[in-house]
Design a protein around this ligand. Structure first.
Ligand code: ZN
Length: 161
């Protein structure tokens, strides 16, 4: 795990310094705002679908470093993919950060495996998962998502930290 930890810090720093796909997409077909009140993370995700493919995606907001790095890596990971592939990655990422999936058991997680360590930091799980959660809300045409909303689908899955 020592290697993962230093890689984790390196990746978080890199994506905070140079977030990928930061901003908003003009004429977005889907968008959602997500918040994690426990940490104070707010992010908004906009994307444009071309048929089933994610032609463009961007995020912006005020969040902690873990949330921002996760959002940055998420946009890079799902850009050009189909919605179905992105939904599968959302499920695998969620399972990985909640300890239900070992990164090595997935063919899709790739460098996102650096976030596997947050499973040992319960207060950070929601920071890492928020962007994914918000992307899921955008696909479902739910305009806003909160890790703390009673009827939030992700909340039942993650539970309260
Ligand atoms: Zn956070």
């Amino acid at each position: 795990m020592a290697d993962y930890k230093s890689l984790y810090q390196e990746v978080i720093l890199d994506h905070n310094k140079k977030p990928r796909n930061y901003g908003t997409i003009a004429h977005a077909s889907h968008h959602a705002d997500g918040e994690n009140p426990l940490c104070g993370d707010h992010i908004s995700v906009t994307l444009k679908l071309d048929g089933e493919n994610i032609a463009a995606i961007a995020f912006e907001g005020e969040s902690c470093a873990i949330c921002k790095a996760s959002a940055s890596m998420m946009t890079a990971a799902v850009k050009g993919k189909t919605c179905a592939d992105a939904e599968m990655l959302i499920r695998e990422f969620r399972d990985m950060v909640t300890g239900k999936l070992e990164p090595a058991a997935s063919d899709h997680i790739g460098r996102l495996a650096v976030f596997a360590g947050v499973r040992d930091l319960p207060s950070r799980v929601k920071c890492a998962i928020l962007p994914w959660h918000t992307l899921h809300a955008a696909f479902s045409s739910v305009a806003s998502a909160s890790t703390e909303a009673e009827d939030d689908p992700m909340r039942t899955l993650i539970g309260s930290a």
